[in-house]
Design a protein around this ligand. Structure first.
Ligand code: GAR
Length: 196
């Protein structure tokens, strides 16, 4: 399985997956490449750190949905590597329907809440402010809704009494690293790719 990861920021999830890959723990994964809308992101720096393909794809600063010629550029950039699976890990843009269809829906997204709760931006903070007893993270298939595709895996954690937002964020990130790598292993090992 060839994987392309799309990210915009820190890249801790991509880093975890690349480390697993380098250590031979993703045995049925042949290649991991990185794509970002942000040229100077920590995420994209991982390409040189891990010696993998990395590309910045210019994207407008305004508007989160990737449309028009920008969408075509994204499709063309990824098509060159023919990924079997695309992972949105901290990708702060919304992929369009042409992009989804082009890759036959073989796209998964990582989200830091127990979907369908707390869709969209600032999910951890929003759950924290609502004083929820439990929150967590989700890996789901991408469809043309925002954070609404079929759920593949979730990790649920208790919010401790008097816990800080920083502590909760850090514990959710640890769970994200774990479930994302579990899902990638399962999809690569079983060759189950298509959503339907
Ligand atoms: C992760 O918590 C991911 O779930 C979230 O961004 C973070 C990226 O972390 N994604 C979203 O909120 C998407 N709506 P990372 O860059 O360290 O992997």
């Amino acid at each position: 399985m060839k994987i392309s990861i799309l990210g915009s920021g820190k890249g801790s999830n991509a880093k975890y997956l690349l480390s697993e890959f380098k250590n031979g723990k993703l045995s049925n994964v042949q290649d991991i490449s990185l794509f970002s809308d942000s040229e100077n992101s920590q995420f994209l720096k991982l390409a040189s750190e891990f010696g993998c393909y990395g590309k910045h794809v210019p994207t407008p600063t305004k508007g989160s949905v990737i449309k028009g010629t920008y969408e075509t550029d994204w499709i063309n950039s990824l098509s060159k590597l023919q990924p079997d699976l695309i992972i949105l890990a901290g990708f702060m843009r919304i992929v369009g329907i042409n992009f989804i269809n082009h890759f036959d829906g073989n796209i998964i997204n990582l989200h830091p809440s127990l979907l369908p709760h707390f869709k969209g931006l600032n999910a951890i903070e929003n759950a924290f402010k609502m004083n929820v007893a439990r929150t967590g993270c989700t890996v789901h298939w991408v469809d043309n809704t925002i954070d609404g595709g079929d759920i593949i895996a979730q990790a649920s954690i208790q919010v401790f009494k008097n816990e800080s937002l920083e502590s909760l964020t850090s514990r959710i990130h640890s769970q994200e690293h774990f479930i994302l790598s579990q899902v990638v292993c399962a999809l690569a090992d079983t060759h189950v790719l298509k959503k339907t």
